[in-house]
Design a protein around this ligand. Structure first.
Ligand code: PAF
Length: 297
């Protein structure tokens, strides 16, 4: 009877739970390997996997971290409810060729007397910072700690968390951290919803409503392409699109010069439109880079 050749099972990554991961990473670097780190909070989806694949393409050794970081959640936020699926994550990581997983215990990251935080300054105070005042200090602190424990060459982040990438780039520069940072594109569901671990919170009805967010970003892009330069006009049309859908509590729509969090009033160059909204009890963020058709002279 003909039989098909055995297919190789994906190789399980080695799991580290404590600071001894550092020695393993340093050994790889001493052996001349380029190491890529993909920091995550687990509950992995295609967006995360695209970061891992980018790391796989560019590095000899790929390490994912999985840690739901308590210090980046506000007191009323979803730290306890945040989806956790370690076994599912490991199976997905194996399919990407990821070599190591750093999944520290909470004690490894935050000892009982932990009291030192990274102060991120103005880049963390606007947009998300207005609604989540302690968020970026928690993100920067945990990422700095991950960088210490996993001294990789390159770290990979998604553009979906636009402001996070700005804050972390600032931190890398300000603190002279020997890390390169890669920012990879946002991945979307076929209907346009930006992939997020929090999408599982949405009921089918809320999920349909949430599509208005990306629709409004596409509207901004189209208006800019058609020659509209006034941010105020574009913002009003986006807000109308979202209001007409109903059931969405829009927190902000911001137009910033791409690569910064500085607001613009006119679309004159590459501009990122970033927004945040609550759909039911789920808070979602999204953003899109838009360009005017012809640059202003
Ligand atoms: O983007 C995330 O998932 C988190 O903010 C990060 C960078 C892993 C820090 O906890």
């Amino acid at each position: 009877m003909p039989h098909s050749p055995p297919t190789a099972a994906p190789r399980q990554p080695a799991v580290y739970r404590s600071g001894d991961v550092r020695e393993a990473v340093l050994n790889a670097r001493r052996a001349g390997q380029r190491v890529g780190l993909v920091p995550t909070m687990g509950s992995l989806h295609e967006g995360h996997l695209s970061l891992l694949r980018a790391a796989r393409d560019e590095c000899d050794l790929v390490i994912a971290s999985i840690f739901v970081n308590p210090t980046q959640f506000g007191p009323q936020e979803d730290f306890l409810a945040y989806p956790r699926n370690f076994d599912g994550d490991l199976a997905l990581l194996a399919t990407t060729g990821c070599n190591m997983v750093f999944a520290p215990t909470e004690e490894t990251m935050y000892g009982p007397n932990h009291s030192t935080f990274v102060e991120v300054g103005p880049v963390g105070q606007v947009l998300e910072g207005e609604f989540r005042p302690t968020h970026f200090r928690g993100v920067a602190t945990v990422v700095l700690k991950l960088f210490e424990l996993v001294p990789a060459d390159v770290a990979y982040f998604g553009r979906k968390d636009y402001q996070q990438t700005i804050v972390l780039r600032r931190m890398i520069e300000d603190l002279n951290l020997p890390f390169k940072m890669r920012v990879c594109p946002t991945l979307r569901e076929p209907d346009g919803l930006a992939m997020s671990s929090r999408n599982v919170y949405l009921s089918p009805h809320e999920r349909r409503r949430a599509l208005a967010l990306f629709r409004s970003l596409r509207l901004a892009e189209q208006l800019a392409r058609d020659g509209e330069r006034q941010v105020q006009t574009i913002r009003q049309k986006m807000e109308r699109e979202i209001a007409e859908t109903g059931g969405i509590d829009l927190q902000y729509v911001a137009f910033v010069a791409d690569g910064t969090v500085s607001p613009v009033e006119q679309i004159e160059g590459p501009t990122t439109v970033a927004l945040a909204a609550k759909v039911g009890t789920t808070r979602l963020i999204d953003n899109l880079l838009i360009q005017p058709l012809t640059p202003n002279r």
